[in-house]
Design a protein around this ligand. Structure first.
Ligand SMILES: Nc1ncnc2c1ncn2[C@@H]1O[C@H](COP(=O)(O)OP(=O)(O)O)[C@@H](O)[C@H]1O
Ligand SMILES: [Mg+2]
Length: 255
């Protein structure tokens, strides 16, 4: 198979006391190696479930997830897939540096861990905070460290679950630029889920719309990054994406 990840007829059901929830409902998608896909959907559409399945944290009820060999075994530590959650989930008793390095301990030589950590902190502009503790960091910095911890593994695929959702507008914009830069510099496969249309337009090569566990639309975004999504050439695309996710009635006030 071509390099990437292929989902074939993925269904994920959760049993309830009465009946069940279909979090994902017959999803078939291909994520090419090196691409940047944004999955856009409202709350409850199945975004987190999709990432958890891709990260191997849960099994699908039906269907298959196929990784091409170069993706499955990618990365310095042999971990093909890394995930960044909405909240940073840092260890409060460890410094920034040790949070980034923690999971590498015992897997790589100490000198290599130190070198990797240093270069990742530099990449994220966090060198001066290397000895700080998580409670000394702003939300944006903490999320940079969480991204650094995932990058430390050097995974081939980076999954991000609304990673900027808790941040203020300006920090979010800045980190969007940094994520676009990381994609450009690393050439890795990025998959970010969000409910934010602007974020989807700013980042994706492709925006896949998810609704009730199904793909309802897919848009190619043919602009170089970094993007100024307020530009006139974005207007028609933004309108089409908004209509797709919100429905025409939401844009016109429900009439
Ligand atoms: N562990 C679970 N048990 C039961 N229902 C779940 C579980 N995880 C998710 N769901 C349900 O599956 C649907 C999709 O959830 P989720 O993937 O978290 O959506 P999103 O991330 O888009 O908000 C929701 O209806 C949610 O309530
Ligand atoms: Mg979610």
């Amino acid at each position: 198979m071509a390099g990437g990840i292929r989902l074939q007829g993925i269904t994920k059901r959760y049993p309830l006391a009465e009946g069940e929830i279909r979090a994902l409902d017959g999803l078939s998608l291909f994520f090419p190696k090196g691409s940047f896909t944004v999955v856009l959907g409202r709350s409850g559409s199945g975004k987190t479930t999709l990432l958890r399945l891709l990260a191997g944290l849960e099994e699908p009820t039906e269907g298959r997830i196929l990784f091409s060999e170069d993706v499955r075994r990618g990365g310095r530590c042999g971990d093909g897939v890394g995930i960044v959650f909405q909240e940073p989930r840092l260890m409060p008793w460890l410094t920034v540096e040790d949070n980034v390095a923690f999971a590498l301990k015992g897997r790589l030589e100490d000198a290599e861990i130190a070198a990797r950590t240093t270069s990742i902190l530099a990449l994220l502009g966090m060198e001066t905070f290397r000895s700080a503790y998580p409670d000394q960091l702003s939300g944006g910095m903490a999320q940079r460290v969480a991204l650094g911890r995932t990058l430390a593994f050097d995974p081939e695929v980076i999954l991000m679950d609304e990673p900027l959702g808790a941040l203020d507008y300006f920090t979010r914009r800045r980190l969007q630029g940094e994520i676009a830069g990381l994609h450009r510099e690393t050439g890795k496969t990025f998959l970010l889920v969000t409910h934010d249309v602007e974020e989807a337009l700013a980042l994706g090569d492709r925006v896949v719309v998810l609704e009730a566990g199904r793909v309802t639309d897919c848009f190619c975004i043919p602009f170089d990054r970094p993007r100024e999504t307020g530009c006139p050439e974005f207007l028609p695309l933004r309108r089409r994406v908004l209509e797709s996710i919100a429905g025409e009635q939401c844009l016109t006030g429900g009439h």
